[in-house]
Design a protein around this ligand. Structure first.
Ligand code: PSU
Ligand code: MN
Length: 303
């Protein structure tokens, strides 16, 4: 039985051992408004191709898990209403019931593993939310990083999360957290979180080498690469702090919980920054796509 249907382009790249970069789809359906979400999805795919790799956007469409979408599928997904947000818990259920769902970081990692793809680019990962010591809201993305051997390139954890707690969970789970080109752990919209990342690498080849060594050593799980947002797109932490606090208050007042929290906060911050948060989000995702393509290229050369 075929568990994942690869696009012709992805299948050809895999067969030829040329670089492929996985992309998530929740960022399209739940992370950004239409039509910017479609523009960004296309732009990021183009960035990966320009860097010499092939993009594999993951999604479940009418029960079929896809690795790599045709442009018409991307377009339909970007406009669709009521698409499920799939993580480890519900991906198989969506396939079994013929549903349509977008993949989060956790689900995209699973789809990448099934496709034999080592590297995945996204914006930010899910993490331990503020208040998670009381509400236990800790993203399944963190536990996925502990068990699925995919290197995830993100701009760090969003400031809507509790970054110290997120780093603690990752340390407990044995996930390498690597800041790229700086000591500080990036904080999504801002280059610096004020927290030193556990590891630092300045060279994509080293990130690829440690990915490969972990696989050879039989260490389960992936790596998290924190790639800072480009300087000119950065929003300072001090500008964002009151906006995030407001968004959080609104989420609580509206009784938002579970899967709804992250999409609600992103949408609210988009409104409260007059769209500036989206501009920054686009810049950092594109930046991550380029680095992911570079890491994937090094991995292919090593194989
Ligand atoms: N970061 C973004 N945009 C997003 C997400 C994260 O910039 O859309 C999505 C990712 O798909 C991530 C998910 O895996 O949110 C985490 O959701 P939760 O906190 O419910 O686990
Ligand atoms: Mn959550």
């Amino acid at each position: 039985m075929t568990l994942i249907t690869l696009s012709a382009e992805v299948a050809a790249a895999k067969a030829a051992n040329t670089p492929v970069v996985a992309l998530e789809s929740t960022i399209i359906t739940h992370g950004m408004p239409y039509p910017q979400n479609l523009d960004v999805a296309r732009q990021v795919e183009a960035d990966i191709r320009a860097a010499g790799a092939v993009p594999a956007t993951m999604a479940v469409i009418d029960g079929t898990l896809h690795g790599g979408l045709e442009d018409a599928q991307l377009e339909a997904l970007a406009q669709a209403k009521g698409v499920a947000k799939l993580s480890r818990a519900d991906m198989a259920a969506c396939m079994a019931t013929g549903g349509t769902g977008a993949t989060t970081v956790a689900a995209t990692m699973i789809a990448a593993r099934l496709s034999g793809i080592d590297v995945f680019a996204t914006g930010g990962i899910g993490g331990a939310h503020k208040g998670s010591e009381l509400n236990f809201d800790i993203s399944a993305d963190l536990m996925e990083l502990a068990q699925t051997p995919v290197t995830v390139v993100a701009a760090g954890a969003k400031a809507i999360l509790d970054i110290p707690k997120t780093l603690e969970v990752l340390e407990t789970e044995g996930v390498p957290v690597i800041a790229y080109g700086q000591d500080d752990m990036p904080a999504f919209w801002s280059r610096e979180s004020g927290l030193r990342a556990p590891l630092r690498m300045d060279d994509a080849a080293q990130i690829a080498a440690s990915h490969r060594l972990r696989v050879q050593m039989g260490i389960p799980g992936g790596q998290l690469v924190g790639n800072p947002i480009p300087q000119d797109a950065e929003i300072s932490a001090s500008t964002l702090a009151p906006i995030i606090a407001q968004a959080q208050k609104d989420a609580e007042a509206h009784g938002i919980s579970g899967k709804g929290v992250t999409p609600y906060l992103l949408q609210r911050i988009f409104e409260l920054t007059d769209g500036q948060s989206l501009t920054a989000n686009i810049a950092l995702v594109r930046n991550n796509a380029k680095l992911a393509a570079e890491i994937a290229s090094h991995l292919c050369k090593m194989a």
